[in-house]
Design a binder for this molecule. Sequence first.
Ligand SMILES: Nc1ncnc2c1ncn2[C@@H]1O[C@H](COP(=O)(O)OP(=O)(O)O)[C@@H](O)[C@H]1O
Ligand SMILES: [Mg+2]
Length: 149
Amino acid sequence: MERTFAMIKPDGVQRGLIGQIITRIERRGLRLEALKMIRLDKDTAAEHYKEHVGKGFYDSLLDYITSGPVVVMAIYGDSSVSMIRDIVGKTDPKKAAPGTIRADFGIDISRNIIHAADSPESAERELNVYFDGSEYQNYSKPDEKWLYP
Ligand SMILES: Nc1ncnc2c1ncn2[C@@H]1O[C@H](COP(=O)(O)OP(=O)(O)O)[C@@H](O)[C@H]1O
Ligand SMILES: [Mg+2]
């Protein structure tokens, strides 16, 4: 069992996709532990995307991610890091597999709707950027006894 981090980016929020995205996470059996809508400032965006400093798309990425509200989430479950990456799909919506969020809702690599942590280490680092310990809800759902034998 592990916890991962995901963010519905400004285009996902503006295009009214919050509900459809969260539905895909919930129906898979993963459990939301924390959820909030925020607006990133440049410092937070830079901390989040620090691995991309110096790349050609970095400045436009920071403009994009700070351009409107985002929804940040902590998601818990068996193999949740790789499960969410699979639900999200490849970075470029044009190359993402049908059935993934980026393929089903997106066209352009610079407007790819959702972010998901790419490893347990990234998940922990990113969760600490957005949440403090008191923001996680510790609960279980009745269907979990059917999801996990
Ligand atoms: N070639 C590119 N042109 C424009 N934006 C890009 C490009 N590559 C990546 N990005 C943006 O930067 C984000 C972070 O890139 P990366 O970590 O490689 O992808 P992912 O979000 O799939 O982990 C992408 O989700 C996308 O918003
Ligand atoms: Mg990445």
